[in-house]
Design a protein around this ligand. Sequence first.
Ligand SMILES: Cc1cc2nc3c(=O)[nH]c(=O)nc-3n(C[C@H](O)[C@H](O)[C@H](O)COP(=O)(O)OP(=O)(O)OC[C@H]3O[C@@H](n4cnc5c(N)ncnc54)[C@H](O)[C@@H]3O)c2cc1C
Length: 393
Amino acid sequence: MPVNPDSTTDEIREELIDTVRRFTARKITPIASDFDAADEYPAEIVAGMKDLGLFGITVPPAYGGLGLDLVTYARVVEELSYGWMSVSGFLNTHFMACFLLMEFGTPEQKTHWLPRLASGEIRAAYSLSEPDAGSDVQAIRTKAMQTGQSYEVNGTKMWLSNGLHAGLVVTLVKTADTDPRHKGMSVLLVEKPPGATHFEGLTVSKKIRKLGYRGLETVEFIFDQHSVPVANLLGGKEGHGFRQMMAAVELGRSNIAARAVGVARRAFDESIRYAQQRKAFGQVIAHHQAIAHKLADMSTKIAAARLLLYDAVQKKDRGERCDLEAGQAKLFASETCWEVVQEAMRIHGGNGYSAEYPIERLYRDAPLMIVGEGTNEIQKNVIAKRLLERHAL
Ligand SMILES: Cc1cc2nc3c(=O)[nH]c(=O)nc-3n(C[C@H](O)[C@H](O)[C@H](O)COP(=O)(O)OP(=O)(O)OC[C@H]3O[C@@H](n4cnc5c(N)ncnc54)[C@H](O)[C@@H]3O)c2cc1C
C-alpha cells in the first residue's frame, strides 16, 4: 500500500484497515468456502496481501516494511479472519519470524532477510513442534552438530504451517545436551526453495489432512544430514533459542486472539442476519427470547475478548512484558469463539450443518484456536504461574 508521508500513524492505520476490510469483502469472503472445500492454496489472495504490504506491517521502513504497531497488526488479522481464518495464518508464522529477526538477528541477518520478508518476496514458517514434543517444547530431539562452517541437522519437525511455500523456516534445534534442557537450544534460519518437497537432505511431507484451517498447508519436515551455514544461527550465539522462540509465541498468541475475534464476529453477523429473516411459529426467530439472549451473550463476549486483545498488544507496543495478558486474551478469545460458533450453529438450525452456509466452516476452524500457539490448558498454566509470581506472599 503506498503510504502518504504526511499522514499520521493513526491515519495510516485506519486507511490500511479500511483497505483490508474491502480486500476481504471483495477477494476473500466470496471464495473462502470453495477453496476450503477443495483445500486449495489461494495464490491470488497471497499475491494481493503482498501488494498491500501486509507481510511487512511491523517491519521498520528502513527494511522496506510499513513500520506499524501491533494494534494495527491485530486489527488486520481480525479483518482477514472475518473472511477466512486460514488467510490470517499466512501472516502468523511469517510475522513471528520477522519479530525474531528484528529482535535477535545480527545486523547481517537483518539486512539479508528483512527486506525480502517485508515485501513478501519470501514467506516464513516457524518450527517448534515435533512428533513427540508439542506442549513440552524442551523435549525436542532435532539436533544440529557444528562441523566446520555449517551445522548438520537431523530429526523430524511436525505441524509446520506454511512449511511448503516458505523460503525461510525459523527452526528450534538442540545444539548441545545440557541441564536444564533449554540452555542447549538454538534457532537456525533454514533456507529452502519455496514449494520444493526435496532439498539437500530436507524432505517436506505431503500436506496433513485437517478438520479445518484448509488452503494453508501444514506439513512435516524430515532433516537427514541437512546442512545449514553457521552464519544462519539466529543472533550468532548458541543456547538462546528457547527464550527467543518463547518471546515470539507471545505474538502468536495475540494473532490467535485476533483471529478468534474475527471468526466470532463473522459468526455473530451471520446469526443476527439469519435470526431476523428465519420465521418459526409466526415470527422471526430473533423475537424468540431464547435466540435474542444468545445474540446478547455472543456480542458481549466478543466485545470483552477484543478488549483483552487490545490490552495485550498495547502493552507489547509500549515495550512492557505481556505474557499474562497475551495468555488471557488467547484463552478467553478462543473459548469465546468456540462458544459463539456453536451458538451460531444452533441459531441456524439445520442450515448451520449445511456446507451451503459459512457456519459449518467456522465450526471446523474454531477448535484450532484452542490448540494453536499453546493449548488452553498450557495458557492456564502460564497465567497461573505469572499470577502467583505477582501475588507471592
Ligand atoms: C493445524 C495446526 C497447525 C500448527 N502449526 C504449527 C506451526 O506452524 N509450528 C509449530 O511449531 N507447531 C504448530 N502446531 C503444533 C501446536 O503448537 C501443538 O499441536 C500444540 O502446542 C499442542 O501440542 P501437542 O499437539 O503435541 O499436544 P500435547 O502436548 O501432546 O498435549 C496433549 C494434551 O495434553 C495437555 N497437556 C500437555 N501438557 C500439559 C500440562 N503441563 N498441563 C495441562 N495439560 C497439559 C494439552 O493441553 C493437550 O490437551 C500446529 C498444530 C496444528 C493442529
